[in-house]
Design a protein around this ligand. Sequence first.
Ligand SMILES: NC(=O)c1ccc[n+]([C@@H]2O[C@H](COP(=O)([O-])OP(=O)(O)OC[C@H]3O[C@@H](n4cnc5c(N)ncnc54)[C@H](OP(=O)(O)O)[C@@H]3O)[C@@H](O)[C@H]2O)c1
Length: 365
Amino acid sequence: MSPPSKAVVYDREGAPETVTKVIELPAVEVKENDVCVKMLAAPINPSDINRIQGVYPVRPQVPAVGGYEGVGEVYSVGSAVTGVAPGDWVIPSPPSFGYLRSIDDRNQSVTFSVLCNCNYVGNLPCIGTWQTYIVKDQSVWHKINKDTPMEYAATITVNPLSALRMLEDFTTINSGDSIVQNGATSIVGQCIIQIARFRGIHSINIIRDRAGSDEAKEKLKKIGADEVFTESQLEVKNVKSLLTNVPEPALGFNCVGGNSASLVLKFLRQGGTMVTYGGMSKKPVTVSTSSFIFKDLSLKGFWLQKWMSSDKAIECRTMIDYLLCLVREGKLKYELELVPFNNFQVGLSKALGLQGSHPKQVIKF
Ligand SMILES: NC(=O)c1ccc[n+]([C@@H]2O[C@H](COP(=O)([O-])OP(=O)(O)OC[C@H]3O[C@@H](n4cnc5c(N)ncnc54)[C@H](OP(=O)(O)O)[C@@H]3O)[C@@H](O)[C@H]2O)c1
C-alpha cells in the first residue's frame, strides 16, 4: 500500500482560490506494475489554473487533484516493475490525466473520505501532481538524472518543451535569423530566448508595462535577449526603426493577445508567421487587413497537449532529457519561486497574479 496522500483537490470548477482544498486521501494498493512516487515539487502553471476554472478545453472530471507536471522520488514499486527503483527521480512523461488516456486508468480511482474542510465523498481518480504520493503504472514514469535541480525537473515539460517545439516546427530559422515574441518574461519566453541564443538566433522581446519592468528587461538581456521593449515603447509609427543590428524576423510567438499580439505582427517581415500559444491578456488577436494582403502574414497556433497525442510524442522523453541536460550545463535557466506545500494558497494567489507579478510558483512538498 502507498502512504496516505495529502492533495489539492477541487470538487467543482470555479475560482481556484475558493474551490481548491487540501485534503488527505487514503492509502491505495501498489499493484505489480505500479510505482508509488513521493512527489518532490510541482509548478502552478496557467493551464492548471484554467483547468480548475473550467475554461481549458481538456480537463479532468471533478472531483480532481490539481497539477499536471512535477517531479518525485520513487517510494516503492510493484513486484513486476523493472525500470525504476526506490530513490530514483521520475517525472510523469508525457503528463496525463490518467483516465483520459485509457479506460484502465479509471481503475485507479479510489474512494476517499474527506478529512478536512471538503464535503465531497466519492470516487476520485488518482491524477494530478499536486499531492504528496501518486501511484501509477510504471509506463507513466520517466527516470531522470538526479543531478538536475529539483525545481527544473518539476517544470521541464510544459513550458521548455513548448519553446523547443515552437522554434523547430513552424518556419526554418537559421543562425543569424531572428524571432520576435511577447510575454517574454514567461517561462516559455525565457526558454525561447535561450534556446534561440545558443542556436545563433536573435530575439526581439516584448514585455508588458508594469512595476519592475526595467529590472525584468535587464534579466532578459542577461539570459541572452537581444532587444527588449515594453509595449508602451513600441507606440511609434515604425517599430522596426527601433531595431539595432537585428534582422527582421520571419517567426513570431504570441503568448498574450490584444495589442501585444499586434506588436508582434508589426515586427514580422513579409510572409512571416505568428504562432499563438497563450492568451494571457484574455483579449482577442486582431489583424489588420493589410497584414494579410500586403504582408502575406500567416497565423498559426500551437498546443503542446495536441502535439503530445501525436506520433511525435515518442520523441518526448528524448527531448526532455536534452532540455534537462541544458539545465545541468547551465545553458537553460528561468525564474522560479519555491513555495512550501503548507503555503499552497499563498503560491496560488501569486500564480493568479492577485499580488502583482511573481516568478513561476513551484510547490515544494
Ligand atoms: N499552447 C501550449 O501548448 C502552451 C504550452 C505552455 C504554455 N502555454 C501558455 O503560455 C503562456 C505562458 O505560460 P508560462 O507558464 O510560461 O507563464 P508564466 O511563467 O507563468 O508567466 C506568466 C506570463 O504571463 C504574463 N502575464 C500575466 N498576466 C498578464 C496579463 N494580464 N497581460 C499580459 N501578460 C500577462 C506575465 O507577465 P509579467 O512578467 O509581466 O507578470 C508572464 O510573462 C500561458 O498562457 C500558458 O497557458 C501554452
